[in-house]
Design a protein. Structure first.
Length: 308
């Protein structure tokens, strides 16, 4: 060999791009269709099934394979995602399907008890199971900037193995091995949202007959609710410590006294107070029990049916 001999090539060997994993989706309603399109857009081979076949056909034109039955769709892939109307629909769709060796992910809205029951049901049939709670509406699915995410709970091994695929339509948040936790997180957040919407509706009702434009009032409402939302952190700390008097700013006695003005204003404006009175009544009960110097967080004790 001479000094002029060419040096050995150091060009790296190209790394093969992983092939997107195949999966099955049962249910092509508004949410199911949005999920399907996100997976198809990302290159995942997708088999779909819907009780009404015509609703699945548009996805065939986008590359999905439409199965003739739920059992056929389940047989097509290891990962099976279910997005149906309710828990009963899940049982009906999967009745007779061979779930042995399958990974079943249930995106159907349900309760914590239904998630736990469905997990036991799936595991008895040889499947690993994840329950889920979707924190999004269909237009948010597949849009990384939308903030959409899905709670998952159940088999940690299943979540670890299929996490990348599940993250394609929306962000993922694994909340524990208890299959009921995803639904519980979902419903807890939705319940808080409903309470907020009740307050928003009452606020608009108060100004509705006045010369106050709702569109002018809305930014004030959004700003105020945003400023108040961090109070949830203080409530969490009080609940964790069991000290409902910790770091109190406006105690219960003061807030109950202030409620009189809220109710009187509603009456003056000709607005029903029915969205407020359940909460104000609860405050009065907790005050009567001797908790005037505390925060309102302690009222959680009155909501616990086991304390009655």
């Amino acid at each position: 060999m001479t000094d002029n001999a060419p040096a050995p090539s150091t060009t790296p060997t190209p790394t093969a791009t992983p092939t997107p994993a195949p999966l099955t989706l049962l249910g092509t309603g508004a949410m199911g269709t949005a999920l399907a399109r996100a997976w198809l857009a990302a290159g995942h081979p997708l088999t779909v099934w819907n009780r009404t076949p015509a609703r699945a056909e548009p996805l065939a034109a986008e590359g999905a394979t439409v199965a003739a039955s739920a059992a056929d769709a389940v047989a097509a892939n290891q990962l099976v995602v279910v997005c149906l109307l309710d828990d009963a629909s899940v049982g009906e769709a999967l009745d007779g399907a061979d779930l042995s060796g399958r990974d079943l992910v249930n995106l159907t809205t349900g309760t914590a008890a239904q998630g736990r029951s469905r997990a036991a049901w799936a595991e008895a049939r040889g499947a690993r199971f994840l329950d889920a709670g979707i924190m999004a509406v269909p237009p948010m699915i597949g849009d990384a900037a939308s903030g959409a995410y899905v709670f998952y709970s159940g088999s940690p091994e299943l979540f670890e193995e299929h996490g990348e695929t599940l993250a394609v339509p929306a962000g993922t948040r694994y909340v524990g091995a208890d299959p009921g936790f995803a639904a519980l997180h979902d419903v807890a957040l939705l319940s808080a949202m409903n309470g907020m919407f009740a307050g928003v509706l009452h606020a608009f009702a108060l100004i509705r007959r006045e010369d106050i434009a709702p569109t002018d009032f809305a930014p004030l409402l959004v700003s105020w609710l945003g400023a108040m939302a961090p109070a949830a952190h203080q409530a969490a700390e009080q609940l964790a410590s069991g000290d409902y008097g910790k770091d109190v700013v406006s105690n219960l006695a003061m807030q109950v006294a202030g409620n009189a003005t809220l109710l009187a204003t509603a009456e003056e404006q000709g607005v029903s107070a029915e969205l407020l009175t359940p909460y104000t009544t609860l405050m009065e009960r907790w005050l009567a029990a001797g908790h005037g110097d505390e925060d309102t967080t302690g009222m959680v004790e009155l909501l616990d049916l086991r304390n009655r």
